[in-house]
Write a protein that binds this ligand. Structure first.
Ligand SMILES: CC(C)(COP(=O)(O)OP(=O)(O)OC[C@H]1O[C@@H](n2cnc3c(N)ncnc32)[C@H](O)[C@@H]1OP(=O)(O)O)[C@@H](O)C(=O)NCCC(=O)NCCS
Length: 221
């Protein structure tokens, strides 16, 4: 789905008045202006937002683009099934620290990917995460920024201690992303998944809260 361009957020303090006017945030909208500057969920290139009912088509494209990133090849699904699923997710009650968010490009408002946390265990202080970026939007830094926002929320706001990422050994792009973010390989489950006629290893990577904070200080974004 290509959403109508929306006002970019996360624009810095020194915006010109003309720029503020363009964004519809001119003086008088003090609340909005304040909110715009402080949104936790916006970085340089992306904004994370909740799933909306109209996101079905975007999620269909994302799923098709990541056909070979998972451990199971699914039969094609109808556009209607994605529309229904987006409606369900948009209306779903909060599931605590397990959630999915759409990744929007700040400059166009287009949905370029999705990110989410799952298997969050507050007792152990551990969670996993997943991210996917549409094929046309890769290598533009969207995943890295989205994951940093997600991890910052889980570590600095929700007090989690460790994030785990499980990546199929053939997914070199994802392994490179995890390492770039600071994840450390902790183990490898041999011949763990079956895909495309043979077995593949599953690589387990982890990052601790203080490792994340050293690399990505709170003031960075
Ligand atoms: C893996 C994926 C999420 C990366 O998204 P992306 O937006 O392209 O990643 P970024 O642009 O933020 O990349 C950040 C860094 O990660 C590394 N990286 C990302 N993709 C890479 C690739 N295909 N090959 C080598 N390095 C890669 C690079 O170091 C990159 O920095 P650089 O571009 O300055 O060199 C994307 O390829 C994707 O959605 N793949 C399909 C779904 C998937 O595999 N999800 C992860 C499941 S665990």
């Amino acid at each position: 789905m290509t959403a109508a361009p929306r006002p970019a957020r996360g624009v810095r303090n020194n915006d010109s008045e003309a720029e503020q006017h363009r964004l519809g945030l001119e003086s008088g909208c003090l609340g909005l202006f304040h909110w715009r500057m402080t949104s936790f969920w916006t970085s340089k290139r992306i904004r994370l937002r909740g799933i909306e009912p109209g996101d079905g088509a975007a999620f269909m494209r994302l799923t098709e683009d990541e056909e070979r990133s998972g451990d199971v090849l699914h039969p094609p699904r109808s556009a209607e099934s994605y529309r229904v699923r987006a409606n369900e997710l948009a209306a779903a009650k909060s599931d605590g620290d397990c959630f999915r968010l759409a990744i929007e490009a700040v400059d166009t408002g287009e949905v370029v990917g999705a990110v989410g946390s799952h298997y969050a265990d507050p007792n152990a202080g551990r969670f996993e995460y997943g991210v996917t970026i549409g094929a046309d939007h890769r290598r533009e830094g969207y995943a890295a920024e989205a994951v940093v926002l997600l991890l910052r929320y889980m570590f600095a706001e929700r007090r989690y201690h460790k994030c785990e990422a499980k990546v199929f050994a053939y997914n070199e792009g994802s392994l490179a992303l995890q390492r770039r973010l600071g994840f450390v390989e902790e183990g490898r489950l041999r011949d763990h998944v079956f895909l495309a006629g043979r077995y593949h290893d599953l690589v387990i990577l982890g990052m601790l809260a203080d490792e994340f904070t050293r690399r990505h200080p709170v003031s960075e974004l």
